[in-house]
Design a protein. Structure first.
Length: 213
C-alpha cells in the first residue's frame, strides 16, 4: 500500500525534528503488520495554488507539483495538509491572504476529485493552530481555513484529522490549559511531540480502514 503525505513545511522533513508524522506513521503501520510505504511530499513554503497565484515563496506549490509528487505515485491514500501558507497575510491585518479562502477550498476539492478519479482515497488534515507568538488576527485567519477543511470533510464524507482541535485537547490533558507552545519548534512548526499527535491520529484512522478490507 502506498500513501502520499502532501503538504507544506509542517509535512516536510525538517531540521530539529527527529521524525515527522509521515515517518512515524509508516513505522506504526509496519509494526501493525501492514505492508506500506509512506511518501513524504511536503515542501516548505508551499500553498495549495500555483506559483502564478502567489510567488512570495519561490518554491513549487501544490498545483505545480500535484502530478509529479502525488498522482505519479498512484497512491492508495493521500494525506492532504495545507493551509498555513495559504492563509498568511503578508501585508498584515485586513489584507489579502496568499491564497484566498474560496480558492483554497476550490484547490482542495480539485485535489480530492483527481485523486478519487485515479482510485485513491483521501484523509484531510486541518492546518495546526499557531502558537502564542503570533498575532490574534493570524490565529483567527488560520481558524477560518481549518473550518473550511472540516466543511469539505463533512460534505464529502471524508476522513479528517483535526490537528487544530487535537493540539488544544492534548495541551489541556497535559497542562490543564490552552497554551500549546510546548508542541512547537517556533510557534508554527510542530516538534516531535506535535508530530506524534498527528501520526497517532492518522494511524488509528488508517489501521481501522486497512484492516476492514
Amino acid at each position: 500500500m502506498r500513501i502520499v503525505a502532501f503538504g507544506n513545511s509542517t509535512t516536510a522533513l525538517r531540521k530539529g525534528v527527529e521524525k515527522v508524522y509521515s515517518v512515524r506513521l509508516q513505522e506504526k503501520l509496519l509494526n501493525a503488520g501492514l505492508d506500506v510505504i509512506v511518501v513524504n511530499a511536503g515542501v516548505g513554503g508551499s500553498h495549495t495554488g500555483s506559483i502564478r497565484d502567489n510567488n512570495f515563496a519561490k518554491v513549487r506549490h501544490g498545483m505545480d507539483r500535484f502530478e509529479t509528487d502525488v498522482l505519479a505515485h498512484s497512491p492508495d491514500w493521500v494525506i492532504i495538509n495545507f493551509g498555513l501558507n495559504d492563509a498568511y497575510q503578508d501585508q498584515g491585518i485586513g489584507t489579502q491572504a496568499r491564497i484566498p479562502l474560496a480558492q483554497y477550498r476550490q484547490n482542495l476539492e480539485f485535489y480530492i476529485r483527481k485523486i478519487e478519479e485515479q482510485g485513491g482515497k483521501i484523509i484531510l488534515l486541518t492546518p495546526n493552530p499557531l502558537g502564542s507568538k503570533y498575532e490574534q488576527f493570524r490565529i483567527d485567519q488560520v481558524k477560518k481555513y481549518a473550518a473550511s477543511v472540516r466543511e469539505i470533510a463533512r460534505e464529502q464524507n471524508l476522513p479528517l484529522v483535526d490537528s487544530w482541535k487535537l493540539f488544544y485537547r492534548y495541551a489541556r490533558s497535559k497542562q490543564n490549559g490552552r497554551n500549546i507552545d510546548f508542541l512547537y519548534l517556533d510557534g508554527i512548526h510542530p516538534n516531535d511531540e506535535g508530530h506524534e499527535i498527528i501520526a497517532n491520529a492518522l494511524f488509528k484512522l488508517l489501521r481501522k480502514r486497512c484492516e476492514s478490507h
